[in-house]
Design a protein around this ligand. Structure first.
Ligand code: 9WN
Length: 424
């Protein structure tokens, strides 16, 4: 059974490989996505160290001169209108000077340092021979520098995401309030390609898309300048900032390996963790919330992103977070994988994207965090639950946390990659 699951997962990653990178899914997502590649590399490292390294190298090959790592690297081999918004939308300002590849101008959560370190550790000999760490480490530093230098829009020490797509949790209820202030463009001005692949009830709404397009177009038209005044949507998100803190700890380990100084990375990790605690943690709730950088108020929606700080080494509120995770809002350890949104909320939707369904990448982050925080038993239960969910539904993009029914794309790459990692 287990072997069969691993074999099926491997087949998916092989089928979704495109000369140097992996598409998240055939059809719906025909390009390279930033945080998908990091999760995919975590699975690929068990199949081929070289392929896992190439997955990250190809993504960082599209890194911008200012250090940003783009949300999407468009595959020139597929038609420009295969995905919306595609290369024509982003335009010449988003064309990579050296490679000529067009990318999105947005970013996604920084899981890459964590993934790169695990990829290196899986096969240090091949990594050393190919100079993987030596080449990637300075690029990872520039990526984190971009976030810390250019994206601390509120001056709080925390990084802002300026578009829901940057959060990775696109239509999360956390964004409803700040997004509500964004004037949507008319749905008649663009053609959604996602609806040709998946039911409208499982995706963001047209109104959401109208606002996504407005924000992306305004950012593009402002030359991708990062200012609070220019960003109608700017939120300090616990998932992004926790990943950055954990990523700095991974960079410290890399620096140690390469004979560089790890101290600045430890300092950055500590500063991020303390800002996370001071600004985004609510002790009454035992949960982290995102904060609107304009109003400085917390966006009080209980989402899986508020639990992701579990991956931060030395987090002082692990037990409190676990109490919340095991309670009625998330039922960790009882239901199969962990829901993306509060099960008790009146606007919980079990099949709609990031407004309820369980996803396997966030499940992996919580699992990885539990292991790091020495909660092996609970980690084991989560792992078994995720694998059971995949056995039941297949390698779906997301599943209904209550019924286990699969939704979104099938043969989804990071679901396969996470399964391979969990089975190791
Ligand atoms: C926009 C690729 C991506 C994931 C995101 C997920 C979804 C894209 C979309 O798919 O977003 O980036 O078209 O909806 O929300 O987390 O990286 O798998």
């Amino acid at each position: 059974m287990t072997d069969d699951l691993a074999r099926r997962a491997r087949r998916i990653l092989l089928a979704n490989w495109r000369r140097g990178f992996t598409v998240p899914a055939q059809g719906l997502y025909p390009h390279q996505w930033s945080w998908d590649s990091a999760f995919i590399a975590l699975g690929l490292r068990h199949l081929s160290a070289v392929r896992a390294q190439r997955e990250l190298e190809s993504l960082f090959g599209a890194q911008w001169a200012d250090g940003r790592v783009p949300q999407i690297v468009f595959n020139p081999a597929v038609p420009a209108d295969a995905y919306f918004p595609g290369p024509d939308f982003w335009g010449p300002g988003a064309r990579h000077a050296e490679t000529g590849l067009v990318t999105s101008g947005l970013v996604q959560p920084p899981v890459h340092a964590l993934a790169a370190w695990e990829v290196h550790r899986a096969d240090p000999v091949t990594s050393e021979r190919r100079g993987f760490l030596r080449r990637l480490y300075p690029r990872l530093r520039r990526w984190h520098d971009y976030l810390l230098d250019r994206r601390d829009l509120g001056g709080s020490g925390l990084v802002c995401v300026i578009h829901p797509w940057e959060s990775g949790l696109d239509n999360s209820p956390s964004w409803d309030e700040p997004l509500g202030r964004v004037l949507p463009v008319s749905a008649a001005t663009f053609v959604r390609r996602d609806l040709g692949h998946t039911g409208a009830g499982e995706r963001p709404t047209d109104l959401d898309y109208g606002r996504y397009v407005r924000l992306a177009a305004d950012y593009r038209d402002a030359g991708f300048a990062d200012t609070l005044g220019g960003a109608a949507f700017a939120v300090e998100d616990p998932l992004t900032n926790a990943l950055l803190s954990a990523g700095e700890t991974a960079l410290a380990a890399m620096a140690g390996e390469l004979g560089a100084d790890p101290a600045p990375h430890h300092e950055r990790a500590a500063a991020l963790t303390s800002s996370l605690m001071d600004l985004l943690y609510d002790p009454g709730e035992g949960l982290f919330f995102a904060r609107d950088a304009h109003t400085k108020s917390l966006l009080r929606k209980r989402t899986v992103g508020g639990l992701v700080p579990l991956i931060v080494p030395g987090l002082p509120v692990v037990e409190e977070l676990l109490k919340t995770a095991r309670g009625e809002h998330f039922r960790l350890g009882e239901l199969s994988p962990i829901p993306s949104y509060d099960l008790t909320a009146p606007d919980f939707e079990p099949a709609r994207y990031w407004r309820g369904p369980s996803w396997f990448n966030t499940g992996w982050l919580i699992w990885h965090g539990l292991r790091g925080q020495r909660h092996a038993q609970l980690a084991g239960r989560l792992r078994d639950g995720m694998l059971d969910a995949i056995r039941l539904a297949g390698f779906r993009e997301y599943v209904d946390p209550l019924s286990g029914t699969g939704h979104g794309s099938d043969d989804f790459s990071w679901t396969a990659a996470v399964a391979i990692d969990l089975l190791e």
